[in-house]
Structure formats: structure tokens, C-alpha cells
Design a protein around this ligand. Sequence first.
Ligand code: UDP
Length: 409
Amino acid sequence: MLIVEDYLPIVGKEVIGSLHAKARKLYGKRVMHVNATYYGGGVAEMLQTFVPLMNNIGIDADWRIVPGPVDFFNITKQFHNGLHGQDFDLTEEMKKLYVMNNGDFATYAKLDDDIIIIHDPQPLPLIRFYAKRQPWIWRCHVDLTNPHSDLWEFLAPFILRYDRVVVSHEDYVQKDLPNEHVIQHPAIDPLALKNRDMEEDEIALHLFKLGVPADKPYILQVSRFDKWKDMPGVIETFKRLRDDFDCRVVLCGSMASDDPEGIQIYQQVVEDTIEMRESGDVILVTDASNAEVNALQRGAAVVTQKSSREGFGLTVTEAMWKAKPVVSTTVGGIPLQIEHEKTGLLSAPDDFEGFVRNVRRIMEDPGFGAELGRAAKEKVRTDFLITRMLSHDLDMLNDLLMEGVPPRV
Ligand code: UDP
């Protein structure tokens, strides 16, 4: 189990000391996180290390998952897409099932902690089923630049009951909501299996076991199978480059338990790449362990994240921490992380030619790629490590508890 002092060599004494100081008034406070999946996406990824660390620093933090039938997750996936701006037909039936499933969970989930933190839209309506005795925070990890308007009107009455709305980017602040907003950038754990340092021979062993030969450089994208992540666009990019560079593409994908669309997109990628997989030009990796994802990222010549929408993009942070050149798009939280030509390369999401050109630049000049990678790692060290997120959360909890909220009953 990791303790806060394990991060000392990475972030220094001042940061660790300030975390302890900020935690002092929060000792023993009970904080409950609720989301919809244990694995397969950025939120689960963060909570896995964040919740134990909160405990280590003296807070009584816990984590619950809202369960539900596949119908519920089909609906919440449409809501997720709708918050990202996609049009769909919001029916009364969907609204009913969404609220009812949360109501069922509330009949036995005893959310009586000092602070409740609800992540993303799936458990958002839970708040309606509790007599409020403590601050509730809605932590929305989705890109809210242009949410589906009917969906937004439907969700607003739930959101209004929250004491803070936390979003990943200032562009996601909703002007129509009087709620106090907080902007918090997500973060990675540099000591987690996914990100810890790895020796060359360990990297090689993982790649060998995953069937990734060491004979050529490879372009990598790690993503959920999700239409906004544009895995097919990465394959198209490879097709444009393969005559000039002897390389291959590795797509490492997962399906979160709360994401029923994933399997369809996965199947589509499988069908579209039959020949290229047979020839070894495309390697598809599924169900990779955290250590395997780590090795894949470290072994790559270029890491892409060709998203057309993105909440924040932890895969970008992870690759940057490994000092990799990342080629990505100007969506969501990605430009907060990558400064074009300094810490990676960016193009507009609809600029396919620009994206191909950027990957080409790295393939042509690995020295330039290494330079971008070095700067990328320092950017993550200062801005996107879990210790910074913990510090920020402690500020918010102190702030909320000092507002004179009555004690738990
Ligand atoms: N991930 C993984 N295996 C995969 C695909 C993704 O472990 O096959 C992880 C990835 O390393 C990252 C998270 O899932 O930690 C994705 O987070 P991100 O913020 O990039 O996107 P989200 O899935 O939350 O939209």
C-alpha cells in the first residue's frame, strides 16, 4: 500500500508537508465517492489510487459503485454522449428508468458521510433520494462545451441540489447554473503499476508476451472503444505513413462495464482490420493489465490520442509522464496538457492531414520527439500528478466544511 511519503522523491518535501497541513482539520471526516464502474476509464483509474491515499492522510474515504441492469447503462451511455453534444431522442421512458435505478440503489446505499462526491451522470439523481445533511459535490468528468439541451434541462434540477460542481476545464462551466463551480484538472499516480518506472528488459518481456515484435517502431493509441476516440482514424493515419516508414500500429482498447457501446465499436475495428492484423501491421490488444499498458506506452515511437471529444484525456497524461511524444487533437482537456511543439503536437479534430503530418514529423525526427517528451514529463510533474489533485481536493473539502455546514445527524 502506498503512503503519501512515497511521493517525496517525485514532488519534494514542500508538497508533502502542505498535504499534511491541509488534511489536519479533516481528520476522521467521512468522504464517500460514488461512480459507475471499478475499471475501464479515467474515473475508475483515478479513484483506485485516490481513495486509498485520502485514507492514508487521515480522511475516512470510501467508494461505492451504482449498479444497474444493461438498460440503465445503455441510457447513461446515451446521456454521456449527449453531454458531449450528440443528438438523441430523450424519451420519458429513459428518464424514468434512469431515476428509478438510482432510487433503488438509494434504498440500501447508506450515504450518510460528511461529504458525498458523485462522479459523472450515472449516479447524479441519487441526491434526490436523500435528506441533505451534508455537502454534495457533483464531479463531472465529461466535456460540457455543448450539452444536448433537452438532456441538460432534465438534469439541471438534480444538479441544482449540489453544493459544488467540479469540472475539468473552465469552458465546461455552465453559465445557466447558479451552483459554485470548481475547476479541477485530473491527474495520474506516478507510482501506480500503470505509470511506475520500468526497466528496458521488463518492457521487452511485456511486449513479447503481448505479441508486439521488437523489429519495428510502433504508433500506439490506448483508449476505450468509443466513437469519440477515433481508433479507425489512427489506422487511416498509419495507412498514409506506411509507405514511408517501416512501422506498425498498436491499438490497446478496453470496454468499461458501464459502456455497452464498446463491444460494437470493438467488433467494427476487428472487422475493418482483418488483413492488416494478419500481416502484423495492426496489433489489437484487449484486456491489457496496467503493467502491460505501461510497457506499451514506454515502448511506443509515438503515442496518439486522436479524439474528436475528450473530457480530459488521462491517456495523454500517462504517455507524457513516460516522456513520450504525443500527437493529439485540440479537444477537451488535451490542450491544457499539450502545448503545440513544446510538450507534444496538436491539430484540430477535423484536420486529418494535420494529424498525419504531426505523426510524420515525429517519425522523421525522433530527436525532436524525445525533446517534446522530456518537456512533457516536466509538465505532468508540476501540474498533473495525484498529489496536486489531492491538495486541490483538500482545499475544497476544507472550504466546504468551513462554510458552517451542520454536523452529520
Ligand atoms: N485504459 C486501460 N486499458 C485500455 C484502455 C484504457 O487501462 O485498454 C485506461 C487508460 O490507461 C486511462 C483510462 O483507461 O487510464 C482512460 O482515461 P481517459 O481519461 O483517457 O479516457 P476516458 O476513458 O475516461 O474517456
